[in-house]
Design a protein around this ligand. Sequence first.
Ligand SMILES: Nc1nc2c(ncn2[C@@H]2O[C@H](COP(=O)(O)OP(=O)(O)O)[C@@H](O)[C@H]2O)c(=O)[nH]1
Ligand SMILES: [Mg+2]
Length: 461
Amino acid sequence: MQTYLQENTAIAAVATPAGAGAVGIVRLSGMGALQIAEKVFRPSHSKTPLCGMKGYTGCLGRVETAEGQIDEAVAFVYRAPHSYTGEDVVELCCHGNTLLLQRVLDALLQAGAQPAGPGEFTRRAFENGKLSLDQAESVMELINAQSESGARAALAARDGALWKTISACTEQLLDASAHLTAWVDYPEEGVEEVENGALLATLREVEGRLNRLLEGYDAGRILRQGVDTVIAGRPNVGKSTLMNLLAGARRSIVTAIPGTTRDVVEDSVRLGRLVLRLSDTAGLRATDDPVEQAGVEIARERLASCDLAFAMFDSSRPLEEEDLELAALLKGRPCVAIINKTDLERRLDTAKLTESFGAVVEMSANTGKGVEDLTAAVEGLLLSESFDPAQPALVTARQKDCVRRAASAIGEACGALEMGLTYDALSVCIDEATDALLELTGGRATIDVVDRVFEKFCVGK
Ligand SMILES: Nc1nc2c(ncn2[C@@H]2O[C@H](COP(=O)(O)OP(=O)(O)O)[C@@H](O)[C@H]2O)c(=O)[nH]1
Ligand SMILES: [Mg+2]
């Protein structure tokens, strides 16, 4: 990672979430950060002003302005380049009251700091060579991870697991490209001859590593963000009852009247080792009621884009047209068929469903019988045994897109080599792959790309 420390004006923001908390932190980073903080911070006991403090030290004091004291606080000082951003940083740890924190922030802005934009601290860390672009993205993933394995995967990425793999691939491609260029441009200089077999082996090896990353993307995303799961089925099969059972609370209205649920009701629930982002939807049927129609339409849209569908059927009633339509709609998609109301006398012909669905679970949403089977079926479908959160993994769609472009350019390079095309044509493909990988790590990313990464961050991070 290159280092190009910049002399940026000081920025400040509240770094902790809004609401009451034991502590709240106001962060200040950049040129003159210590001088600005010193204007509003009075040490309680220490004779050393903030500007005289060493890095990694803290001091108890008060935040105050001409108008009076705002809060008691501990000021932590970090000295460039040994800080998160690589710049001089002061963190004022105050009481976690949103109003007080806002006043502390205002005092710092009055004293000369600029308000920080979304992700601006992390952006400075990137620009100052403290983090690669993919590591910056993993910071965001770490904050938002929904499961333990998701957090572990993000932490591994933060530590550079992906960066190392991508850098190793980039090195191999740069070596190959340099060799080709030397061989083509300076044939008399005693450059070692390019061996097609060895070159092809190198390209295939890099392609293989990139393809393995691509294969793991969906499994990793599901672990980090939770599984977007839609409960679908005819009216009255027990969708809302299942929602409430899994949520452990009354989330959806349950009645014996078909067509009760019209809006999408959502909740995050834990099922085994996974977190499901459950959506209970309107029962699928033809109806004249415009409100219910809108609900059915939304249910279909959700079904088309979800990670997982629970297709529910009522075991106490014969299979109907809408049941078969649902089965057809979900063909080839990740889904579990749930045969509900098994506590009642059976009238459903399950053979047809077993044919259409890979996973079929019998349960009673009323009594909770069968939830273990449902858990096992979902884990079996979505958790590959081989997923290891410590391994390098792609954590954002942007990263996936970069790797996909690189892998496809390498595929073209291999094709060019096998067809005996010129080394020039080959170099173009290899350079394209290298560019895509450098865009991933930020080694050669345009301002637009960097802007897009950081606009998703929150202010204060
Ligand atoms: N006997 C029995 N009744 C159920 C079961 N699950 C749901 N029900 C009943 O079926 C009716 C419709 O349930 P609901 O969850 O509103 O269905 P939805 O329209 O698919 O959301 C309600 O009267 C529920 O009490 C079950 O497992 N066994
Ligand atoms: Mg319902």
